[in-house]
Design a protein. Structure first.
Length: 331
């Protein structure tokens, strides 16, 4: 398993556009609510509860972070143009929108001087692009020049994954099954947390995934039929193992040691965290077919895949296909 280490790409996007020209303060009153462009596709809305999970996924694919006010109509054209541009890039980039008025702690953490503000997020490192309402020319420069540059810089840093598609407009959330296994598993509806899950859920949101896994394990022991606890337990185990892994180290190790079960398990975890569910399934199944000649290696792969199945959900057709192939390879 990869060792946790501080990721420091050693570059900044500051200066990619004329920041001084963009840092003008907006004095106009906020616009009326309504008419905001909906999330969906490769556009998600992030809040204080899902912020850390979003940062974690930036180790797999680059994120464009828009700090806005969702009922301020001055922000609508910016959000619309950025959303259209990101969706046209087919997963090379994800747009994460954060309402600064509803989530002031995030704005403070980003040291934002006002809204709208735009950042690139690569492997957990935010890099400022602009602040204030841009002119049409400045926004065009961001779309045509800066967005491809973000993707290029991410690739140079080993962040080469594809962002998950979030479905129809309005269905997006960082908690979608293929987007982020930290917040939810298989649907985009807001899920009520059962009272008996409150402690475990709080630990997960605090980033104590090992503690959350232990708490969910206790719930399962008391009630083995609690499918939510089973799912959340598997997610917590995944994130406790690999949420802070260095993606470049893990992927390099997997490429260099194709016959090493631990290296393949580690990179499959990275795939799952980044929403690349089928890649994770196929990677481990292909490994089992080619290299898992002893019972110990086979069982390690089987156990990991069963965890993944619990995360994604038994009704997902990808799980059904992978389960059939797993059954064939086990015997």
């Amino acid at each position: 398993m990869a060792q946790e280490q501080q990721f420091n790409p050693g570059f900044s996007l500051a200066g990619a556009v004329d920041l001084e020209g963009l840092k003008h303060k907006v004095e106009a009153p906020a616009g009326q609510a309504g008419g905001a462009p909906a999330a969906g596709g490769y556009v998600i809305d992030t809040d204080e509860n899902s912020f850390q999970a979003m940062v974690t996924t930036s180790a797999t694919f680059p994120i464009l972070l828009l700090l806005w006010v969702s009922n301020d109509d001055r922000c609508f054209p910016i959000a619309q143009k950025l959303g259209d541009a990101v969706n046209s890039m087919n997963g090379q980039l994800q747009l994460s929108r954060i309402d600064a008025a509803a989530n002031p702690s995030i704005a403070q953490a980003l040291q934002a001087q006002g809204v709208p503000a735009l950042y690139a997020l690569i492997a957990g490192r935010p890099m400022p692009i602009l602040q204030g309402v841009p002119s049409d020319d400045e926004l065009t420069q961001v779309v045509e020049t800066v967005l491809p540059q973000i993707v290029q810089l991410a690739q140079q840093s080993g962040v080469t994954g594809t962002a998950p598609y979030q479905g129809a407009e309005g269905a997006s959330d960082q908690s979608d099954a293929e987007g982020d296994v930290d917040e939810a598993a298989s649907d985009t509806e807001i899920e009520q947390v059962p009272a008996e899950h409150a402690q475990a859920d709080a630990l997960a949101k605090q980033g104590d995934f090992a503690g959350a896994a232990e708490a969910y394990k206790n719930i399962i022991e008391a009630n083995p039929s609690d499918t939510r606890a089973v799912r959340e337990h598997a997610k917590a185990l995944l994130l406790a193992r690999s949420a802070n892994a260095d993606v470049r180290v893990v992927r390099t190790a997997a490429a260099d040691h194709a016959d090493d079960v631990q290296a393949q398990l580690a990179v499959a975890d990275i795939d799952m965290i980044g929403g690349q569910v089928e890649d994770a399934f196929e990677r481990l199944l292909d490994f089992m077919a080619a290299y898992a000649f002893d019972a110990e290696a086979k069982d390690a792969v089987r156990v990991r895949l069963l965890e993944y199945f619990d995360i994604v959900g038994t009704l997902d057709p990808r799980v059904a296909r992978a389960r059939r192939r797993l059954s064939t390879l086990m015997y």
